[in-house]
Design a binder for this molecule. Sequence first.
Ligand SMILES: *[C@@H]1O[C@H](CO)[C@@H](O)[C@H](O)[C@H]1NC(C)=O
Length: 358
Amino acid sequence: MNLLQISKQSIMKRRHLKYVVCACVLVYIYNFFGVSDYLYAKSFDNDFDYPLNVDIKSIVNDVLAGKKVAVTPINYYPYRFLTNSGKCSTTDNLDLFIVVKSAMDHFGHRDAIRKTYGRENVPGRTVKTLFFLGIDSEPKSDLQKEIDREMAKYKDIIQMDFIDSYFNNTVKTMMSFRWLFEHCAAADYYLFTDDDMYISVNNLLAYIHDREATRIPNAKRLPHETTTIGPKDYLFTGYVFKSAPQRFKSSKWRVSFEEYPWDKWPAYITAGAYVVSNKAMKDMYVASLFVKHFRFDDIYLGIVAKKIGITPRHCPDFHFYKKPFSSEGYLNVIASHGYGNHEELLRVWNEMNDFVSS
Ligand SMILES: *[C@@H]1O[C@H](CO)[C@@H](O)[C@H](O)[C@H]1NC(C)=O
């Protein structure tokens, strides 16, 4: 073997190695990014047939009209309400009812909310606030005892008997809808919020009022909207997202093909804060009994809304990304994410309250 042959051979080997490495990288990328899931995903625009694939809108109308329906519900969560509160009845008319989805150990958050946007004294309006919680795996835990004391003191907690964990979020949301439907069905509007949000009830009521006062011109109207706008029409508003499922194998948010085979999500409102009108609350709750469970609550509501023809309406005064605070900057803010620190919520809310009334 001469020198030339040896170097030729090693070049060949190296080339060979290169191909192997390339192939490995490609296979890795293919798997890591879930490429096949992207390639074979069904078209959302053409083939969206999330179960039940029936005319849910007409089922909802029949159920609400007290008629018998031939289709059996597929999605009734088998949980109970462990507490109740005298705060709401099905006949008292409220302007706004606030549902705060709260984590069990967030005592400080709830206290801050009671002192700020949950304090229920809005001049000329009736606003009520309740906190919705699940339970611990251990029945008489110290945490539960503390919640019992909190409940006895404030009577503003609805506790439900499922484990309060992240992937029971949809259960929490839809059980809250059930509570509203069964116990508090006469509010004009409902705000759903997490306990780490900044909320301005005044700005929210002003937004609703302005909406009701303006007749939306034909060109700007969403397909389901009429010229008269109020609690008996559909409103489902907040920060609207239009995006696609995550297929990365390593992602916490990965959604498998089996779970959701379409290439896009329906338009959905990011959980955190959103508002539904009375009619939207009722129709979405009844519809949800006929729409297969999905573990992300905001996407689930997007699916339910799509099934009955409600188009989520984007409102730029709901901030999905925390809006940096300044009094002027917050003048029109209805909701902002990023208030996991409840001291900050107290400070910002009080500062805005003083700023607006000065
Ligand atoms: C949701 O709650 C149910 C009922 O308590 C429980 O059995 C289940 O493990 C919980 N799911 C998750 C994902 O935590």
